[in-house]
Ligand binder design. Structure first.
Ligand code: PEP
Ligand code: MN
Length: 336
């Protein structure tokens, strides 16, 4: 059961609500976010929620049987738009393309990517400065200095930054330079990281774990929300299956189901979703048709020379064509 409290609830009304919850044998969790105050109440007994719903100080009350609560569409029926900046949002009708290299490599690469984004009216640039790599000997990113250099250039161009944070200790130093914090697939159930990202007021792009279920992704999102941050974007980036013909299996079904089960926006990452450059575009369009609120994709001026994930990275020509096709596909997706 979720109870949304009125902003200006009086102390005695609040106490009365807690006593009633206690009286029906439910345990309560107090949640306070940048947008509201909630009581998430957990219990088994069936009772008439009007007994609590009619009390003073309550804005809304819902029974939610899912393991995840605040991110559930049973709680919030309308769709959520996550604001990125004053004039930019993802979800509830706002579709965004996020493009850029797998890794930030240097100034010239950043400058060239920004130019490509500007030419295609893309407002959000992706790139990693802390890279989770399977081998410790692979390129692991330029770190905070790379992020500062990147940020300086995007500022001039009015482009927003989405980049991965790998551990709690990195958050504070990254905060001034990041517009959306990405939680990578390998960290999708790093609950300490999710807790900490719940305490900041910045959008989080939460990727699905390599072997994470839809429910597990939504419960990971619940960690962030329940710690105080409602600005969450879910990301389907492919899961590991028995199939070896491609890097991952992008679960298009998950896009449809996530949009049904949650009010949060969902984006797709077709680059990691298939891992094969020549097929990224079709997969991206499939994601758009499935109802994604955005696409995050890897683009590089010379994919063959990229420091990481070149095999799944589009060149500018492929990227430009795909961007046009995505806008057309989006129009079609909206008709069904
Ligand atoms: C990435 O975005 O480059 C990345 C490492 O993603 P994922 O966590 O989905 O593998
Ligand atoms: Mn990558």
């Amino acid at each position: 059961m979720i109870i949304q409290l009125q902003e200006n609830i009086e102390e005695h009304s609040y106490q009365e609500i807690l006593d009633k919850i206690d009286g029906v044998g439910y345990k309560h969790n107090e949640i306070s976010t940048q947008y509201g105050k909630y009581l998430v109440c957990i219990g088994k007994k069936d009772f008439d929620i009007r007994r609590i719903g009619s009390l003073a100080g309550i804005k809304d009350i819902h029974r939610v049987s899912d393991a995840y609560k605040l991110v559930s569409s049973k709680w919030k029926v309308g769709k959520t738009a996550v604001p990125i900046s004053e004039d930019l949002a993802v979800g509830n009708g706002d579709f965004q393309i996020m493009a850029g290299p797998c890794s930030i490599e240097g100034e010239a690469q950043v400058r060239s990517t920004i130019q490509h984004l500007l030419e295609n009216n893309i407002k959000i640039m992706r790139g990693g400065v802390y890279k989770p790599r399977s081998s410790p000997y692979s390129f692991r990113g330029l770190g905070i200095d790379g992020l500062k250099m990147w940020h300086e250039q995007t500022q001039e161009a009015g482009i927003k930054i989405v980049t991965e944070v790998m551990q709690v200790s990195q958050i504070e130093s990254m905060l001034p330079y990041v517009d959306i914090f990405q939680v990578g697939a390998r960290n999708s159930q790093n609950f300490n990281l999710l807790d900490a990202l719940g305490e900041i007021d910045k959008p989080i792009l939460l990727k699905r774990g390599m072997s994470g279920t839809i429910d597990e992704l939504l419960q990971a999102a619940e960690y962030i929300f329940s710690n105080g941050n409602e600005k969450i974007i879910l990301c389907e980036r492919g899961i590991r299956t028995y199939e070896k013909a491609y890097r991952n299996t992008m679960d298009i079904n998950a896009v449809i189901l996530l949009k049904e089960k949650s009010h949060l926006p969902v984006v797709v990452d077709p680059s990691h979703g298939i891992g094969l450059r020549d097929h990224v575009s079709r997969l991206a369009l499939a994601g758009v048709m499935a109802g994604a609120d955005g696409v995050i994709m890897e683009v590089h001026h010379e994919p063959e020379k990229a420091f990481s994930d070149g095999q799944q990275t589009l060149n500018y020509q492929q990227s430009g064509r795909l961007i046009d096709a995505m806008h057309k596909t989006r129009e079609l997706a909206l008709t069904i």
